[in-house]
Design a protein around this ligand. Structure first.
Ligand code: FAD
Length: 308
């Protein structure tokens, strides 16, 4: 209930203005966001890779309805990737891109504009010796995002995509995406979705996650197991063993600032662990989704409003 309210708030301009303009918000946001600019993102990437983790960096922003802003978002990625190139092999970092940040929501030409910008980002990633993963947004964007992925993979075969176990369609999408060379990040899903398209109960989402994971682990691609859920991590280990996957034939992914102890422990045990590092000043939607996932985060946020 509280989670649904927060997700509704994540799309309200009024709530956005109130939360974004409140100075203590920024302090709390720093727990989940690496900083405002490229330098902060690169510094976080260096710190995490120095500690034996890998990273995927997200330039914050989504649902852009302005063509100039979409072009600016793509440019921000190119600048970031140029900075990462200077570290060699992308500095152990890849990037995550939300298609809606680079033009997908711009009406009938949105797909083509997002594809053009995504190509530009993929070229910069290739020059930096790294890859791109497309984030998955609300269910109305899935066909478009998978279409953009197909086009990109023709020229940039290493491009990955996120899929969400809460959507009924995702098992079938996993079957389509489990082929040779594909990189698939499996998440539970972070948007408010109607019962016509998505599981509503946590247990059903978790069970669907296991079914999707089984398909990906049995397939020929590279599964990216993105969860903080210990039970799913241990099921993932069993499935990897059952399908003869070594460490390095799949990876774990977690969000910046969440379960950092678990991230370190998995990396110490020899797993590839990729931390999703968001940066930039358009943090509102991302931040609200993190609050919605965990009531304790909301309590932390509210406490910070009353402390100095
Ligand atoms: P949960 O059942 O939500 O959590 C399991 C445990 O993890 C909790 O008990 C708690 O201990 C801890 N935990 C989880 N969330 C938090 C939090 N916010 N703060 C503190 N502790 C927490 N979603 C999309 O829809 N599209 C994407 O492209 C996408 N990309 C992602 C990339 C990565 C690398 C990750 C890790 C997640 C991504 N997500 C994305 C978000 C995802 O869909 C879930 O909303 C989020 O990961 C929480 O689900 P969980 O699997 O961790 O399980």
């Amino acid at each position: 209930m509280l989670g649904s309210l927060l997700l509704a708030g994540s799309r309200s301009r009024l709530v956005r203005r109130a939360v974004s303009g409140f100075p203590p918000s920024r302090r709390v946001v720093g727990r989940f966001v690496a900083g405002d600019d490229t330098a902060a993102a690169v510094a976080a990437a260096r710190r995490l890779t120095g500690a034996g983790l890998t990273v995927t960096i997200d330039h914050l922003g989504e649902e852009t309805h302005d063509a100039g802003a979409a072009a600016q978002a793509a440019k921000a990625y190119v600048i970031l990737l140029d900075a990462l190139a200077a570290l060699g092999q992308g500095g152990g970092a890849e990037v995550s891109v939300k298609p809606s940040a680079v033009g997908q929501a711009l009406g009938p030409d949105g797909d083509a504009i997002a594809l053009d910008h995504a190509r530009e980002i993929c070229s910069a990633a290739r020059a930096a010796g790294t890859t791109v993963t497309l984030d998955m947004e609300d269910h109305t964007t899935v066909d478009s995002t998978l279409g953009i992925l197909r086009e990109l993979r023709a020229d940039f075969p290493g491009t990955g995509v996120a899929v969400q176990s809460y959507l009924f369609r995702t098992e079938a999408d996993c079957r389509d995406l489990a082929g040779e060379g594909s990189r698939v990040r499996l998440v539970k899903g972070a948007y408010a979705e109607p019962p016509s398209v998505a599981h509503q109960k946590k247990d059903d989402v978790d069970r669907a996650y296991v079914r999707c994971l089984r398909i990906l682990m049995a397939g020929k691609g590279y599964p990216m197991v993105a969860t903080h859920d210990d039970r799913l991590i241990s099921i993932s280990e069993s499935l990897a063993a059952r399908f003869g996957r070594e460490r390095g034939d799949y990876e774990y992914q977690m969000l910046y600032g969440i379960r950092t102890d678990r991230q370190a422990a998995l990396a110490e045990a020899g797993h590839t662990v990729r931390v999703y590092v968001p940066y930039g000043d358009d943090w509102y939607g991302y931040f609200m989704r993190r609050l919605a996932e965990r009531p304790a985060n909301l309590a932390f946020f509210l406490r910070s409003l009353t402390s100095k």
